[in-house]
Ligand binder design. Sequence first.
Ligand code: ADP
Ligand code: MG
Ligand code: MG
Length: 526
Amino acid sequence: QVVPVNGGKVVVRETQDESSTWPINVDGIDQEVVDKMVYDALVWSSIHGLVVGDRSVQRSSTVPGVGLVHAPFALLPMPFPATQLNQANELAPIFNELVDRVSLDAKFLQDSLSRTKKADPFTSRLLDIHAKMLEINKKEEIRLGLHRSDYMLDEQTKLLLQIEMNTISSSFAGLSGLVGKLHRSLLSNYGEFLGLDSKRIPDNAAVSQFSMALARAWTEYNNPRAVVLFVVQAEERNMYDQHWLSTTLKEKYPLLFSIYCIKKFVCYGTLISICPCETEDNKYKSFCIGFIETSKIDAEAELLPDGTLVMGGQVIGIVYFRAGYTPNDYPSEAEWRARLLMEQSSAIKCPSISYHLVGTKKVQQELAKPNVLERFLDDKEDIAKLRKCFAGLWSLDDSDIVKKAIEKPELFVMKPQREGGGNNIYGNDVRETLIKLQKEGSEAEAAYILMQRLFPAVSTTFLMREGICYKDDTISELGVYGAYLRNNEKVILNDQCGYLMRTKVSSSDEGGVAAGFAVLDSLYLT
Ligand code: ADP
Ligand code: MG
Ligand code: MG
């Protein structure tokens, strides 16, 4: 029995019975009831903003309010052990601290990624920015991290093992909490009938906690005229997730943002969302500096002698990146110049180039090596907790592992230094790619890491996509958000900030919701 959630802490009343039966049996639910729930869920998601841009509508990824469709979601919450949620929550502040410590060790970052640099031009460019910051001795005194650490519950070992740590553009803080609310609403109507208790769905305050972290960071920047800049992609079907965050920020901290409300930006208060797209009805065109045209960056962004970043006459206090994590975001030199300019400035970068690099797969793999965590953390218990959630991670210069992966590729995932889903290599492709790399005998292998493949328990679930309900065998991935804010020696925030549950068809290798592989879900604590 579980008493759900109290500021993120789950209280378990009795010891859990591992063998207790799965609480949700979708096969036992009458079709008529499923149909009713589907209808109610579609209405709920539409009227509560659990939405994304519809790919079949051309302008849906550029113009808000045009071509909305419900975000893909699971019809019912996913059973998940409270103990493991607690474990993941407990890990969040430790990972936050680790990211911060590692970010300060420039040599470790450069060394860890030195071979990758030769093999991967994208990582190389990021490292160049990092190296330039070292050259000019740039110090980030105020450091803001809005991270998400992702896990799978490995069925065989029953261990909660980390998939990856996201330090840039951690998505779905805006939408994930809505899914829990949707599921509670459904269970408050159908729960008794289904034998499910809506109170077992834990609270998920990700959006308010992330916006609070942004607001606290703004306060630390200590310039009442400063604005928060959202750097976004030109086309973004997941824009409502971002708007949930910026709108919550504005609504929860009205004084902060309305006192210096400038008429031109009245649409966003002083919170400007800078979008590189140019739509015919975009009134804020003149402020669309974004990532697209050099001329615009040069025209709109400048660095004052004291390091202040100014755009469109506005001082930028925080640069919050929801772009810049993929090579596609840098189609020309202009985008790299923009990134460099922002990095050089005194604005708080979320993330800074160092934080960004700490989130690479290669650094994840380096941190999992023996005695590396000890370089960064003092607390032995914290180190043990982190290590316990590390899956097997290897570099491709480990010939024994490469041999094993060629023999049994299904037990491994091969990962390049990329974010955003859809980039990993699985199954027979692992074998083929490894053999190819061996034959080439080049530096190219340093672009990848190998990871132990995790196998979570499979369960049958209803998945909702574009108004259609599918029943399928699925596995799930739990993400826990973490916010970290520090000003020099003072740690101002170091918290877990709610969760993201994603459920995907078990036959699909990849798991991105935006990439079209997974649906948003919530937890049903067992
Ligand atoms: P990205 O930064 O692109 O999200 P991830 O490392 O999270 O990269 O991998 C993308 C997806 O691939 C994950 O969401 C998960 O579904 C799947 N995946 C990644 N690593 C593993 C693994 N070790 N075992 C099983 N599936 C994995
Ligand atoms: Mg990632
Ligand atoms: Mg991921």
